[in-house]
Design a protein around this ligand. Structure first.
Ligand SMILES: Nc1ncnc2c1ncn2[C@@H]1O[C@H](COP(=O)(O)OP(=O)(O)OP(=O)(O)O)[C@@H](O)[C@H]1O
Length: 262
């Protein structure tokens, strides 16, 4: 059972997970997790290594489909629609629920094409001027436009690590997502690049539902309004970020945030 803080105000759920369990073969990695992911907020998933944070994050846009031995039970909804329904178009789902990974993974293409690719294949724009506008808007929103506007034809892989990660965020934004999942997006970055990504997350919250997996409690405290603490595949506690860090209700949460394990 998850302890949910009683003072949580009602917010509209953008995504809802109900009784979700995930298995890798016979091994249960996520055990009966239910959570509402609120619209326009940043939700952080924290917990010790191996507790299942990334596994659970990946259920939200069916990234686990790419792992043959992974099996998901329970229900995940996006605006009330069953994400695992047989008629669900997974490509479309992953545009609506975008993902940014631990290691920046730009396509080996130009900066321009990294952004233009998604809108083109999703039919969001056809004319060059429309695509140009999406490229500029997405890069601006990701805080990268000023740095790259004079070299859009250069390869995305030639950027610094932090710039590459902002390019990947711009790429996710370009297809007009509703939710952005971030799996330890700063773990490969230095402190300055990390600070830029954190600023960017703050700018983007309010516009998208964002879910971030992080090993850094300081980062969770800085960027999120909601925090879920995971331990051994279970979601132990969920509440406002400030409450989770100052007034945890569960001993296991208290032990983790005070550094007794992790
Ligand atoms: N592809 C996979 N095949 C088999 N087992 C896996 C796979 N991915 C993860 N697991 C197992 O599932 C459990 C949860 O792993 P997961 O990566 O979700 O945890 P995590 O909390 O994100 O960890 P970390 O913080 O170290 O990234 C672990 O026991 C892990 O070994």
């Amino acid at each position: 059972m998850t302890v949910v803080h009683p003072n949580l105000e009602q917010t509209k759920a953008k995504m809802r997970a109900t009784d979700v369990s995930v298995y890798y073969g016979d091994k249960k990695a996520i055990d009966n997790v239910s959570i509402d992911i609120p619209e326009k907020y940043v939700t952080a998933f924290i917990g010790p290594s191996g507790c299942g944070k990334s596994t659970f994050l990946r259920t939200l846009n069916r990234m686990n489909d790419t792992i043959p031995i992974a099996r998901v039970e329970g229900t995940i909804e996006l605006d009330g629609e069953d994400v695992y329904a047989s008629g669900m178009d997974v490509v479309q789902l992953r545009a609506r629920v975008g993902m940014v990974f631990q290691k920046p993974n730009p396509f080996p293409k130009s900066i321009y094409d990294n952004i233009a690719y998604g809108p083109r294949i999703h039919g969001l724009a056809e004319r060059k001027d429309e695509i140009d506008a999406i490229v500029e808007k997405s890069l601006t929103r990701a805080g990268l436009w000023e740095e790259v506007k004079d070299r859009l034809a250069d390869s995305g892989t030639a950027l610094s690590g932090g710039q590459q990660q902002r390019l990947c965020i711009a790429r996710a934004i370009a297809v007009d997502p509703e939710v952005i999942l971030m799996d330890e997006p700063c773990s490969a970055l230095d402190p300055i690049a990390t600070a830029k990504i954190e600023e960017l997350i703050a700018d983007l919250s309010g516009r998208y539902a964002i879910v971030i997996v992080t090993h850094s409690m300081q980062q969770a405290a800085r960027v999120s309004q909601r925090t879920a603490f995971f331990h051994l595949g279970k979601m132990v506690e969920y509440g406002r970020t400030s409450d989770i860090f100052t007034n945890p209700l569960e001993q296991r949460t208290q032990d983790y945030i005070t550094g007794r394990y992790g």
